[in-house]
Design a protein around this ligand. Structure first.
Ligand code: PEP
Length: 254
C-alpha cells in the first residue's frame, strides 16, 4: 500500500505542563499550524486545560485530546474522569497507556485495554502507547513486549474500530531523554505492530492503521523519522510545548 493513503497524525502531549490561561493563549499559536498542515494535528492537554483549549481551537482544524481517562462510565472513583465526560466536553482524542502512566500510576496492559474499549464506546479516538524499556531492548525482547502490549490492548476491539485508533510506538528509553530511536529502529518496530494488526484482523486493516513514533522527536530529526514507510506521524512531548518547533515537525510530515 502507498503510505500516503494512510492518515498521518502529529499529536502533542503536553504532559503536566501549562495552566488553563496559558493553554488559552498557546492554542492560538497552534491553530494556524493545524490549518496549514497536510496531516491531522492534535494537542493532548491536561484535564483542566481542555475547556480553554477547545474554546481557542474552535473554528480551526486543531483537534484537542486528553491524556488519560477512567474506564468506568461513572461512580465512586474519586479524582477520575470518564470517557463520557471527555466526549461531552467536545474532546476527540485521548492518550491511553503512556509509559509515564504505566511507570508512575501502575497502569497495566489489562487496564489499558479497558480504557481503549471504554474510549471507543464513547466515541473517542484512543492514541494507544506501547513500547519497551531499555532493559527489554538490551535483552532482545522488544518485539515480544510490543506484540504483547498491542495484543492485550486490542482485546474486544472490532475491526471497524481500528480506523479510530492510533497506535504510538514509544520506546521508553527515548521518552524525554533526548535519545531518539534511529529511523530504522522506529520503522522496524512500527512494522512489527503492523504485523500484529494483520495477524489479529487482516492485511487491509494493518495497512490502513496509523502508527506513530514517539520519543524525543524534534524539529531536527522529524523529517527522517517521518519518511519511513511504517511511521505515520509522531507523538511529541517536549517539542510540542514550543510552537515554532511543533510547527517544524508538522511541516516535516508534508
Ligand atoms: C511523550 O510524552 O509521548 C514523548 C514522546 O515525549 P518526548 O517527545 O519529550 O520524548
Amino acid at each position: 500500500m502507498n503510505k500516503n493513503l494512510r492518515k498521518t497524525v502529529i499529536a502533542g502531549n503536553w504532559k503536566m505542563n501549562k495552566t488553563p490561561s496559558e493553554a488559552l493563549e498557546f492554542v492560538k499559536e497552534l491553530a494556524p499550524i493545524a490549518d496549514n498542515a497536510d496531516c491531522d494535528v492534535v494537542a493532548c492537554v491536561p484535564y483542566v486545560c481542555l475547556q480553554n483549549a477547545l474554546a481557542s481551537a474552535a473554528g480551526s482544524k486543531l483537534k484537542i485530546g486528553a491524556q488519560n481517562l477512567h474506564w468506568e462510565a461513572k461512580g465512586a472513583y474519586t479524582g477520575e474522569i470518564s470517557a463520557d465526560m471527555l466526549k461531552d466536553l467536545g474532546v476527540e482524542y485521548v492518550i491511553i497507556g503512556h509509559s509515564e502512566r504505566r511507570q508512575y500510576f501502575a497502569e497495566t496492559d489489562v487496564t489499558v485495554n479497558k480504557k481503549v474499549v471504554s474510549a471507543l464506546a464513547a466515541g473517542l479516538k484512543p492514541i494507544l502507547c506501547v513500547g519497551e524499556l531499555l532493559a527489554e531492548r538490551e535483552q532482545g525482547i522488544t518485539a515480544e513486549i510490543v506484540r504483547m502490549q498491542t495484543k492485550v490492548a486490542l482485546i474486544g476491539v472490532e475491526k471497524e474500530s481500528l480506523k479510530d485508533i492510533i497506535i504510538a510506538y514509544e520506546p521508553v528509553w527515548a521518552i524525554g531523554t533526548g535519545k531518539t530511536a534511529t529511523s530504522d529502529q522506529a520503522d522496524e518496530v512500527c512494522g512489527i505492530i503492523r504485523d500484529v494488526i494483520a495477524e489479529l484482523y487482516d492485511k487491509d486493516a494493518a495497512e490502513g492503521t496509523t502508527i506513530q513514533y514517539g520519543g524525543s522527536m524534534n524539529a531536527g530529526n522529524a523529517k527522517e523519522l517521518l519518511s519511513k514507510y511504517h511511521v505515520d506521524g509522531g507523538l511529541i512531548g517536549g517539542a510540542s510545548l514550543k510552537s515554532a518547533d511543533f510547527g517544524i515537525i508538522v511541516d516535516a510530515a508534508k
